[in-house]
Design a protein around this ligand. Structure first.
Ligand SMILES: [Zn+2]
Length: 264
């Protein structure tokens, strides 16, 4: 049962408001990450493709990685999508529809035209709710309105099915998961900071947050440790050690006596 890293990016920019900075990676850092994925021959799937394979019990090849982006800043279309397309990789981008075309703090959010550009570049667009509010705190009818409004707006604009959702702030409950299914979504991403796997809940898929200090060497260590032992970090997660996946990967490599470039 192979573990699958579902990476969670936010903005890709050199500068950001202080509050957004920890989750903003620089374009240079992103380029380093993508070089690692490319060099290791990683295969990228969209979240919908991965969830469908999990649902069908189909094989997920070792070396599979899923790239996701939450919030959809303009830089997702301007920096990340072209960089992925250049190496033939895909991603799933989760958009909060009420924020489209706006400016949040210091950052421009994606425009409607750019939402279409993502699909044209081979990326998947999913819903991140309408207003980016924590759904676990809202009444059921309000949650359902958030879900159906955002899905309908995206589907009308794209003329295609929008079948995956990501919980704003990662917050979800069984009741919210049920409403996500009721609204017509076939998968949903949580956060958890753990690796996903074929037994994962397709309505609360585990993701690993990429932060400003996640280096190319961290991603390399994670992928190399998975090649050494495809289930090792997964079993760590199952022991309910609060998984620091990045550190766990380095530890796994150290135990396997593999040199990690840059590690002391
Ligand atoms: Zn978000």
């Amino acid at each position: 049962m192979n573990a699958v890293p579902i990476l969670l990016y936010h903005s890709v920019a050199d500068h950001a408001a202080r509050r957004d900075l920890p989750f903003t990676v620089t374009p240079a850092t992103l380029a380093g990450h993508l070089r690692v994925l490319d060099e290791r021959g990683a295969t990228t799937l969209t979240v919908s493709d991965l969830a469908e394979r999990f649902r069908l019990g189909a094989q997920v090849e070792p070396g599979t990685v899923v790239v996701t982006v939450d919030d959809a800043y303009a830089d997702t279309a301007e920096v990340l999508a072209p960089a992925l397309a250049a190496i033939g990789m895909t991603a799933t981008v989760y958009v909060s529809t009420a924020t489209i075309g706006s400016t949040v703090r210091d950052s421009r959010m994606i425009s409607w035209a750019q939402v279409r550009e993502l699909v044209d570049a081979g990326l998947e667009v999913g819903s991140h709710g309408h207003r980016h509010v924590p759904l676990d705190l809202l009444r059921g009818a309000t949650v359902l309105a958030e879900l159906t409004t955002s899905r309908a707006l995206l589907q009308d604009w794209l003329g295609d099915d929008v079948s995956t959702f990501a919980y704003p702030y990662g917050f979800h409950t069984p009741a919210v998961e049920h409403l996500v299914a009721e609204a017509g979504f076939r998968s949903a991403c949580a956060v958890k900071n753990a690796l996903s796997h074929p037994g994962d809940d397709v309505y609360a898929l585990a993701r690993v947050t990429v932060t400003r200090d996640t280096g190319a060497e961290d991603l390399a260590a994670l992928l190399d440790s998975l090649l050494q032992s495809p289930t090792l970090p997964l079993s760590t997660a199952r022991r309910r050690v609060k998984t620091r996946v990045w550190r766990g990967a380095r530890e796994a490599l150290r135990l396997a006596h593999i040199d990690i470039p840059g590690a002391s």
